[in-house]
Design a protein around this ligand. Structure first.
Ligand code: 9Z3
Length: 361
């Protein structure tokens, strides 16, 4: 990347104009993460086991991707997501009998341990030290779980141990959008082995723009030259090859996040028209914990994906799509998690999708 001081005293990075990368060009020019081969080997082993045990498998993506601004990264852009949606949903998929590949942003919430997040329910706060009278230094035997925490801990811990024994949860980690794209491609290609028995639950918040490696500053961007101008390129629309090439039979659910509720349904329909997948779940940022909308094509064979991917397509006809709103009442039931109902609905739809295919054979 070139760095130039402009006459107005600004830093300019990447002085070519921004591009929209096709997936093909992206993978031909951006390097894979160093851990990719090892991760793929773990995925292969996991899938073999699930195939033998005839389990359905869901890939849950969770957390936000980053876009580094330097090769020796000091600064990066981040995408909003704590990982609550993904981690919570993964637990409900496990409960429904699915095996789960949980692909998440490093240090974002994970199934089971999410109940003891350091910010909302810190681990150390539910332990006590019982000091026997007369002793000065406490020993390990003196650590106890506070009585009011025991029931929940026992429930979480026993489910977690049962999942470990069954070998039905595989965890993969990403940080950058580049890690995410390479992993998603590799995992979905492996999962395609399962045909219709695989479900994709794409809840990660994925960057729309990135800096190609070839245009990145090697060292920390210096601040001495005034304001900073960065022109970023568009991340390829990865749903297109996911649906059309990498996993043709998978049941694919993507999420659409908006801050303007009026955009949710039109944007969701637009995504379905472009990529031809099965469901878009729309959520508005501030209402996402108690309200989502499922948008899906009306007919069993959806309208085929639009080839016009690089340009804005006109709003698809509303008669082709149906919406189902799902709302929970958190005032009545503050412990309720909307992910329970989202997952129950998807498990039903996935089963119907498998049945339909079996009937049509
Ligand atoms: C979502 O919309 C997720 O539901 C949230 C979950 C990120 C809102 P939290 O992890 O939040 O519980 O804190 N994910 C998808 C976001 C996204 O990047 N969607 C793309 C878009 O909206 C399409 S794939 O354009």
């Amino acid at each position: 990347m070139t760095t130039s001081a402009q006459s107005d005293g600004a830093n300019t990075f990447n002085n070519t104009s921004g591009e929209s990368f096709s997936a093909e060009k992206y993978f031909a020019t951006q390097p894979p993460p160093p851990s990719l081969e090892q991760d793929v080997a773990r995925v292969k082993d996991f899938l073999q086991k699930q195939l033998q045990e005839r389990r359905k498998v869901v890939l849950v993506t969770s957390g936000g991707t980053t876009v580094p601004l330097e090769l020796n990264v000091v600064r990066f852009l981040d995408n909003f997501s704590a990982g609550t949606r993904g981690a919570t949903s993964a637990e409900y998929f496990l409960k429904a009998g699915y095996a789960v590949i949980f692909m998440h942003r490093q240090f974002s919430l994970q199934p089971f341990s999410r109940h003891y997040s350091h910010s909302t329910h810190p681990f150390l706060d539910f332990l006590d030290i019982n000091e026997p009278s007369g002793s000065s230094a406490p020993s390990f035997g003196d650590i106890a779980v506070r009585p009011e925490e025991r029931a929940q801990l026992l429930e979480v811990l026993s489910t977690y141990k049962a999942v470990q024994r069954a070998g039905t949860l595989l965890t993969l980690t990403f940080v950058t959008v580049n890690d995410y794209l390479w992993l998603l491609r590799a995992v979905s290609q492996e999962m395609s082995l399962l045909g219709r028995n695989c479900l994709y639950y794409l809840a990660a918040a994925v960057s729309d723009f990135f800096l190609p490696r070839q245009k990145m500053s090697v060292h920390k961007i210096q601040s001495g030259k005034g304001s900073l101008h960065i022109e970023m390129d568009q991340v390829p629309k990865i749903l297109k090859p996911l649906v059309a090439e990498w996993t043709r039979e998978g049941f694919i659910v993507s999420f659409k996040l908006e801050t303007d509720e009026d955009l949710l349904v039109p944007k969701a329909r637009q995504a379905l028209a472009r990529y031809g997948h099965q469901v878009v779940i729309g959520n508005e940022l501030h209402r996402r914990k108690f309200e989502v909308v499922f948008v899906s094509p009306k007919s069993a064979s959806p309208p085929s994906a639009s080839p016009a991917l690089s340009t804005e397509i006109a709003e698809p006809p509303s008669a082709d799509y149906e919406e189902t709103w799902l709302t929970i009442d958190l005032e009545q039931n503050p412990e309720k998690e909307i992910e329970e109902d989202i997952v129950a609905e998807l498990v039903r739809r996935h089963a119907r999708w498998i049945d339909n295919a079996t009937r049509n054979v």
